[in-house]
Design a protein. Structure first.
Length: 355
């Protein structure tokens, strides 16, 4: 007869194997599952309020929350994506036809520089200006080709996108409706003390809400402001450049500047002084301040993590998981810190006793 210890070990091995197998099945749609969970956490407070007004209509409350999620988040993102693809394709066509020549723009900037600056560039880069111009042109063409290729890839993978989108909405509905019971079941199956489980769950949900809301607010603000100033200055493709600034703003401090700084330099070097000064001032005092003021308030304050931990975990998460890493990275960092706090609590503060 098999001993209880052997049975427990065999069951534990079976549990691990079937869990890994189930995870492998879900991995193909891990993005849809992940964002379904994130949206369910973000919209859970709204769903609870609706459920409080219609306590016996759980399906209706979940459907109403799902509809609001579509209106507030998904439909605007879809409209921006369509505009982005159109502008990226148009710019790529202009680059391929020669109407848009980044090498010529770079040559105009170099021609406007004083001789000492040209010599300094030669010394710092250990190459000739012509080679630098050729490299710049090559990078610009490759970047435009990459954007157009990604737009074409989205069009070719429309079926896969629709399936993933449908899975996300379907999962989001059931997570909104049954999320509290599912969380309770997972909590019961987790072999931890109740206080520890509550602390970890609170940390997990707080970091997700703070990271998503904070980064999205910062990205949307910088992208909208950058696109607006580009539109005012008459730069082609303001939606494209605004979206790129929004994505790059996930890199704190320098993100959006990777787009507007070269444009401001081009304006100043080619004699468009007022456009260059306006863009520089707007970039420093408006776009830059959004990052410096909003990000610490919305992200660092709620997560209660140092700014350097938020920065490193965001960059590391994006390098491993792609775009979703801007959420996964800080969540892993927060859980890491929370687990170590549970394992080794901080010593009480030492207060000096009165003499």
């Amino acid at each position: 007869m098999t001993s209880p210890t052997v049975q427990n070990k065999a069951f534990l091995i079976l549990l691990i194997l079937v869990t890994l197998a189930f995870g492998a099945i879900l991995w193909q749609f891990h993005g849809a599952v992940f964002w379904g969970v994130v949206l369910a956490i973000l919209f859970a407070p709204l769903h609870r309020k609706l459920l409080g007004r219609m306590p016996r209509r759980r399906n209706l409350a979940a459907l109403c929350t799902l509809g609001l999620c579509l209106i507030v988040v998904i439909l605007p993102m879809s409209a921006i994506t369509v505009s982005l693809i159109q502008e990226a394709t148009a710019i790529y066509d202009r680059v391929r036809s020669g109407q848009l020549n980044f090498g010529l723009y770079f040559q105009q900037v170099i021609a406007a520089l004083p001789e000492w600056a040209v010599n300094l560039l030669d010394r710092l880069n250990l190459t000739t200006i012509g080679e630098l111009q050729q490299r710049f042109s090559s990078v610009a063409v490759q970047a435009s080709q990459f954007v157009a290729t990604q737009a074409l890839s989205i069009g070719q993978n429309t079926l896969q996108f629709v399936v993933s989108f449908g899975i996300m909405l379907y999962l989001l509905f059931f997570l909104l409706r049954d999320g509290s019971r599912l969380a309770l079941r997972i909590g019961q199956a987790t072999p931890l003390d109740e206080a520890h489980k509550r602390q970890l769950v609170d940390k997990f949900t707080t970091v997700i809400r703070a990271t998503v809301k904070g980064n999205i607010v910062v990205a949307a603000s910088q992208g909208a402001l950058g696109g607006m100033i580009f539109w005012i200055l008459g730069i082609q493709g303001p939606v494209l450049w605004g979206v790129l600034m929004a994505f790059l703003s996930l890199l704190p401090a320098v993100g959006a500047g990777l787009i507007w700084v070269p444009v401001a330099i081009y304006f100043l070097a080619t004699g468009a002084i007022w456009q260059g000064l306006v863009l520089t001032a707007f970039g420093i005092f408006v776009i830059g301040l959004v990052d410096n003021i909003l990000r610490p308030i919305l992200v660092g304050k709620d997560t209660k993590m140092p700014d350097y931990v938020v920065l490193i975990s965001t960059l590391g998460g994006m390098s491993i998981f792609g775009l979703t890493g801007f959420v996964i990275g800080p969540v892993i960092a927060a859980l890491f810190m929370a687990c170590w706090d549970l394992f080794s609590p901080a010593p009480p503060e030492i207060t000096s006793s009165p003499r």
